[in-house]
Design a protein around this ligand. Structure first.
Ligand SMILES: Nc1ncnc2c1ncn2[C@@H]1O[C@H](COP(=O)(O)OP(=O)(O)OP(=O)(O)O)[C@@H](O)[C@H]1O
Ligand SMILES: [Mg+2]
Length: 276
């Protein structure tokens, strides 16, 4: 029988948004020792999932995110996005870091339109999309402001709008709201969840804040010693107000996450290999 790759492809289900198979990443330390930052890790994330990653400091969360972003190459195993091998950073995977990534010499609107401009999106379409996003993040009146004229939280919102403007199917966020006050965080949580539910992206979100994870995630991973040590779905109703987040279901999930975090801290596995 004739091979029909296309027919087979269309019959198959959508590939995972992110798929890691037996991935390891080893770093050489200044002492000459090596450190296994990500250890034989396998993970599949389906399109539309909002995955929050918790875990002790220095245990591989950012390394994992950087492997998916394509900023790092694995030493073993494979990393795929939408069924294709990750060969480097790409517009299909938007990244939002802790630090601001706005162009300081561009006004808010131009920052948001920049990615679309590079992709050749016509002016009228760019303007409409930027207007819509500025409204979503509450920056309409600051369209012509320079980044230095915004507060930290406003810059973060502008940066989020700029990344969402590129409509990346996958969004990678590494502690994006660290250092912001409670109210600002709550606003940004609403912004991100409403953009996520509208655009239906897949989000991979690293945080140290268990409350933040419970407010946002459809699934929480605990990463420790370079491995996923706990993987739990968070099936709480939205919007997740105080009642939901303090309800029995949320408290149960929180307890099990905390237990795994405690265990992870207790079992500091030997990740270091002596030199030579
Ligand atoms: N470029 C690098 N070169 C050498 N070692 C690195 C590099 N990047 C990360 N590491 C090491 O890999 C380990 C995991 O780091 P990673 O940044 O992934 O941790 P993390 O879980 O994100 O921690 P945190 O919560 O503190 O951000 C750490 O011990 C770190 O020192
Ligand atoms: Mg980190």
């Amino acid at each position: 029988m004739k091979d029909l790759p296309h027919a087979r492809e269309s019959a198959a289900s959508t590939p995972p948004a992110i798929a890691l198979r037996d991935v390891s990443k080893v770093f050489e330390l200044e002492t000459g020792e090596t450190l296994t930052a990500v250890s034989d890790l396998s993970l599949t994330i389906e399109p539309g999932e909002f995955v929050c990653v918790l875990g002790p400091s220095g245990h591989g969360k950012s390394t994992l995110l950087n492997l998916v972003a394509g900023f790092l190459e694995p030493d073993a195993g494979s990393v795929e996005a939408h069924g294709d091998p990750v060969k480097g950073p790409g517009p299909d995977r938007g990244v939002i870091f802790q630090r601001d990534t706005l162009f300081l010499w561009k006004r808010v609107r131009d920052n948001i339109e920049y990615g679309m401009k590079v992709r050749g999106v016509p002016k009228a379409e760019r303007t409409a999309k930027a207007d819509e996003l500025m409204e979503a993040v509450g920056l309409t009146k600051f369209a012509s402001s320079w980044p230095r004229q915004l507060s930290g939280g406003m810059r973060r919102r502008a940066a989020i709008a700029a990344v969402f403007a590129n409509e990346p199917p996958v969004l990678l966020m590494d502690e994006p709201f660290v250092g912001l006050d409670y109210a600002r965080r709550a606003v940004l949580h609403d912004v991100v969840t409403s953009l996520w539910s509208r655009e239906n992206n897949t989000i991979f979100f690293v945080t140290h804040d268990i409350d933040e994870a419970l407010a946002l995630a459809t699934r929480v991973l605990v990463v420790a010693n370079g491995s996923v040590v706990y993987d739990v779905s968070v099936d709480l109703p939205r919007p997740r107000g105080t009642d939901t987040l303090n309800g029995p279901e949320a408290l149960e999930i929180r307890k099990s996450i905390l237990r795994h975090l405690d265990e992870a801290m207790a079992v500091e596995e030997e990740r270091f290999t002596p030199a030579g």
